[in-house]
Design a protein around this ligand. Structure first.
Ligand SMILES: Nc1nc2c(ncn2[C@@H]2O[C@H](COP(=O)(O)OP(=O)(O)OP(=O)(O)O)[C@@H](O)[C@H]2O)c(=O)[nH]1
Ligand SMILES: [Mg+2]
Length: 419
């Protein structure tokens, strides 16, 4: 394990402690050992070096004593700040954004996740490209035709263009992948099934909740492949999995599990993950999972809410699901309005959660009576798929059907209304 020092600047943020603790956890998630934690109280970072002169000296001494090889900062730094810090401390320097990008990059398994992370990394790198010290020489030796481009075409600019081209290429690859997925996702939407998306902080228990609901609401035994991976580490899940579930009364819905959030999640990363997060954007209901046993859970709710806003889904109906109650003194399962306190490892909790989902998801459904003649038989099939048919009787011309139907489907079936 590589030994690192973490450092941050405190400017009266109330959540500074928590951010530094989380930075240590992020380092740990990236296989690093934090050997020291340096904090400086400053109104704002020093423009040239982020930390003050005295702190940098203290830090360099400490690095030597502790055998640290790298310095990790709690904010996103400017290229100059990183360069200067590297020079003055003789340590490799990484900022919070880069650290998160590294974790994502090592966890990305599917082609889509890999492309998304790579694009985010290159976008981070682009404004940070350095002018190499032998740039002038390079420029002269390239001679001839390049010479008349003058200072306009430095090596730096060539690098920049190469990266831009690469970003464009990766974005095209991603788009082509997305097209395939868009087809899957739109056929899901056309299925008319309501969809629920698990969202929340990383490690809050989204995947465990998904598996619990899968066990409970699958009509057949679920093959292990249908289960999603759960693990006690940050960013265990980077991809989206969607599963079809069915309540006892036969109504079906889609449940999706996806990447978790963290404080100061790099903007480029959120943008790059737009396609992975498509299920969240299209969801009819969000299940916001919170780790109630974490003493920073309120902060985590805030960060998740901000990230959801960035995705433009702040108005999607939401169930707040306070998980891991078994690790606290709270009673569980307890439902209050659209909130539940539960444990994803507890069967009774999962039943209660399923009931709450059903109640919220179908709350705008209305019961209607329809008549569908035998000539229109295919609609009979359709209504059985899309609505909860509670009663069917026949006369000589067709079927009389009582069904609970969603606001979205009401119009479609309106022509068959009998009353
Ligand atoms: N004690 C307890 N542990 C839980 C509960 N729910 C989840 N866990 C544990 O918490 C850890 C994280 O759970 P995951 O389901 O992987 O969390 P996640 O939200 O999917 O995390 P990411 O995919 O990393 O964003 C795992 O070790 C789970 O076993 C719970 O109700 N009680
Ligand atoms: Mg997960």
């Amino acid at each position: 394990m590589i030994k690192v020092i973490i450092a941050g600047i405190e400017n009266q943020q109330s959540n500074f402690d928590y951010l530094m603790q989380e930075l240590a956890e992020l380092a740990y998630a990236n296989n690093m050992q934090v050997v020291a934690d340096i904090r400086q109280g400053l109104q704002r970072p020093v423009a040239a070096t982020y930390l003050g002169k005295g702190k940098i000296e203290e830090l360099s001494r400490l690095a030597e004593v502790k055998g640290a090889e790298m310095l990790i900062l709690n904010d996103e730094l400017s290229p100059t700040q990183i360069r200067n810090l590297e020079k003055e401390t003789a340590l490799a320097v990484l900022d919070r954004t880069e650290l998160i990008l590294e974790i994502f990059s090592s966890r990305a398994r599917t082609k889509e996740a890999q492309l998304q992370v790579e694009i985010a990394r290159l976008k981070y790198k682009l404004p940070r490209l350095r002018t190499s010290s032998n740039e002038k020489l390079d420029q002269q030796s390239s001679g001839g035709s390049l010479a008349n481009r003058g200072a306009g075409e430095t090596k730096l600019e060539i690098n920049r263009r190469t990266i831009q081209k690469r970003i464009a290429q990766l974005s095209r690859d991603l788009k082509n992948l997305d097209k395939e997925q868009e087809i899957q996702s739109s056929s899901r939407r056309e299925s008319g099934l309501p969809s629920v998306a698990l969202v929340g902080y990383t490690n809050s228990g989204k995947s465990t909740t998904m598996n619990g609901l899968l066990n409970l609401l699958s009509d057949t035994d679920i093959p292990p492949a249908k289960q999603v991976m759960t693990k006690d580490m940050l960013f265990a899940t980077l991809d989206t999995s969607v599963r079809k579930l069915r309540f006892q009364d036969k109504r079906e819905f889609l449940l999706s599990d996806t990447v978790g959030f963290v404080s100061k999640l790099p903007h480029n990363l959120v943008k790059a993950f737009q396609s992975t997060l498509a299920e969240v954007k299209n969801a009819d209901l969000l299940l916001h999972v919170v780790d109630l046993s974490d003493k920073h859970s309120a902060e985590m709710v805030k960060v998740t809410t901000e990230t959801l806003k960035e995705l433009g889904v702040e108005n999607t109906p939401t169930i707040y699901a306070f998980n891991k109650a078994d690790k606290t003194d709270s009673r569980y399962p307890v439902i209050e309005g659209q909130q539940i306190t539960y444990s994803a490892r507890d069967a009774k909790s999962l039943h209660a959660l399923a009931d709450l989902i059903k109640r919220v998801l179908f709350k705008d459904y209305k019961t209607h009576k329809y008549f569908i003649s035998f000539e229109q038989g295919r609609y009979l099939e359709k209504i059985n798929q899309l609505a909860l048919v509670t009663d069917t009787t026949y006369n000589e011309n067709g079927a009389i059907i009582t069904a609970e139907i969603s606001p979205a489907q009401e119009e479609y079936f309106a022509r068959f209304l009998t009353e």
